[in-house]
Design a protein. Structure first.
Length: 295
């Protein structure tokens, strides 16, 4: 059987993207949220970037093999590069270390038409600094595997704002549907608020009115976090674990979690949660709930 991999041919995308700065905002729970701003706010300062082609002792091309083959074909790209011209380890006339591969960002937002070869190359040069430039706004979101706290800029594709408004509308509808489902259940609302705001301990006699007000405030002021926590599994057990830690019913030695009696729950938080999830340990969960006043 012939298993030879077929190489795909690259073509320039008919897409426009805008480069914007990333703003770091601290939420109520202490978490850092990454947001994109409308314009650069660097007091007219300029930041100069060149291709980052040497990483961890190795040459790394900003282009994929298919992209390099495209740009090294004058017939396809319309540029003057010939085969081998875009090799990152080229000893003479190396494009990536030349002034042509270096440019500055001013205080203004920058628009790139990716159907234009030079604009596409500029974007790839910036993305070679993958600790500072996010390829898409989704990379700024909590839970995204590509998210980095070091991001300074993000590329926003045309039409993204309209997409996001539509998504936000449906996401907000889901959040209110979730609220309507738990609004008469003080225990569930308490679990949700405990995880939304882990730095704040809830009193035993917390009222339904207080919980509703706090949760609605999160939907309004920090909807991303609310949506994220809302979708988590084992909310009740995570809340019990958090409250037990607050009340010192569970202690942490290094990262090992133990009951106050000395019984080991797990070598870390994840294992402790798995212990509580185990049906054979329901008696431990019930005792914790009694001591927390949750029964």
């Amino acid at each position: 059987m012939n298993t030879q991999k077929v190489e795909t041919e690259f073509t320039l995308p008919n897409v426009t993207v805008k480069l914007k700065p990333v703003k770091k905002v601290r939420g109520k729970g202490g978490e850092i949220t990454l947001q994109h701003e409308a314009n650069f706010l660097f007091n007219n300062a300029k930041n100069t970037y060149e291709a980052n082609i040497y990483k961890k002792g190795n040459y790394v091309s900003p282009l994929t093999r298919e992209e390099q083959k495209f740009f090294e074909s004058p017939e396809k790209s319309g540029l003057s590069f010939m085969p081998g011209d875009l090799a990152v380890d080229k000893q003479t006339n190396n494009y990536w270390t030349s002034k042509r591969a270096r440019f500055s960002l001013s205080e203004d937002s920058v628009t790139f038409d990716l159907s234009r070869p030079l604009d596409y190359l500029k974007m790839k040069i910036l993305l070679s600094h993958n600790d500072q430039f996010a390829e898409k706004p989704e990379h700024l979101e909590h839970g995204n595997v590509n998210r980095k706290a070091t991001y300074r800029y993000v590329f926003i594709r045309s039409g993204y704002e309209a997409e996001k408004k539509s998504q936000d509308y449906h996401s907000e509808a889901e959040m209110w549907k979730f609220m309507f489902a738990i609004e008469n259940n003080v225990a569930q609302m308490s679990n949700m608020l405990t995880l939304l705001n882990p730095k704040k301990q809830l009193p035993k006699d917390v009222s339904k009115t207080f919980l509703l007000g706090e949760l609605k405030s999160f939907i309004k002021n920090d909807p991303k976090r609310f949506s994220l926590i809302m979708r988590e599994e084992d909310l009740e057990l995570k809340s019990i674990l958090k409250r037990s830690l607050d009340k010192k019913l569970i202690k942490v030695d290094g990262i090992v979690h133990t009951l106050a009696t000395g019984e080991i729950l797990g070598d870390n938080r994840k294992e402790a949660l798995e212990f509580l999830k185990d049906e054979g340990n329901q008696a431990v969960v019930d005792k914790l709930k009694v001591k927390l006043g949750l029964n």
